[in-house]
Design a protein around this ligand. Structure first.
Ligand code: HXC
Length: 257
């Protein structure tokens, strides 16, 4: 792995992926995205890992797709490179992924953060879709996820002007979960990760799937899907453990079975 650092045992049941092209503000070239996809797929298959944190560094989560890498491409080059199949695979990660964002989260960087399930940001974080300033549009979900998260008026303004929003604005718009001082953003993401990692991994995976379904379907079909996943949790030992622990007034010890 050249452009990411992977720590499978960052904390108990928590893995950390750091984007690692600091000089280029973690610009997302094709290799980095491939490595990220490979790491997430590996972590999805690693039983000890229950929650994944993706982060950058203090200055940048990621300043977007690598402009230098794609500047000379034509439309057919872009079609053949088919970078979004990698993004689709990333999106299919089953375990919860938390983005710990400081500094720039722009273009593909903002889209990557939004592809994650939750976002913890430092006070210095800046979110934006500045593609319009370089003559293109968002391409990795920016127009869709941003609009769903913050509404049409705000998304339209960000996408059409390319202006950045601060972490506080992102919080008040409902784009992110929490803003903390810069020295604490990774710690705060870990705190959230550990809390989720203490739950039944079976229930967590099914719950993530059910929440995500709400973006893809109408209410009736979404409720049906949710109900099936709810029933499925009753096939797990964790359901018995969780309910018995409640009745016996003790802490549940989940095994992911
Ligand atoms: C390639 C990038 C880059 C990017 C920064 N760099 N962003 N290289 N692609 N997206 C490089 C710079 O060229 C520079 O390299 C180094 O990182 C430091 O950046 P500076 O510009 O010197 O830093 P600063 O003045 O602090 O400005 C920071 C910045 C600016 C505001 C974030 O770099 C910027 O505007 N970057 C581009 C943001 C953007 O347009 N993103 C959307 C990309 S399109 P050198 O070698 O000169 O030191 C996109 C489409 C997504 O994301 C859809 C498909 C996935």
């Amino acid at each position: 792995m050249e452009f990411i650092k992977l720590n499978k045992a960052y904390a108990e049941h928590v893995a950390l992926i750091e984007l690692n092209r600091p000089k280029e503000l973690n610009a997302l070239n094709l290799q980095l995205m491939g490595e990220l996809r490979d790491a997430l797929q590996e972590l999805d298959k690693t039983d000890e890992v229950r929650v994944i944190i993706v982060t950058g560094n203090e200055r940048a989560f990621a300043a977007g797709a690598d402009i230098k890498q794609m500047a000379d491409n034509n439309a057919i080059d872009m079609l053949m490179i088919d970078q979004f199949s990698t993004w689709d695979q990333i999106r299919k990660t089953k375990k919860p992924v938390i983005a710990a964002v400081s500094g720039f989260a722009l273009g593909g960087g903002c889209e990557l953060a939004m592809t994650c399930d939750m976002i913890i940001a430092s006070e210095t974080a800046k979110f934006g879709q500045p593609e319009i300033k370089i003559g293109v549009t968002p391409g990795a979900g920016g127009t869709q996820r941003l609009t769903k998260a913050i509404g049409k008026a705000r998304a339209m303004e960000m996408v059409l002007t390319g202006k950045f929003i601060s972490a506080e604005e992102a919080l008040s718009f409902g784009l992110i979960n929490k803003v903390v001082p810069v020295e604490m953003y990774l710690q705060e993401a870990l705190k959230l990760a550990l809390e989720i990692a203490s739950m039944s991994p079976v229930a967590v995976q099914l719950a993530k799937e059910s929440v995500n379904r709400s973006f893809e379907t109408h209410l009736d079909e979404g409720l049906h899907f949710e109900r099936k996943n709810f029933y499925l949790t009753f096939a797990s030992e964790d359901q018995t453990e969780g309910m018995n622990a409640f009745v016996e007034k003790r802490k549940a010890n989940y095994k992911g079975k």
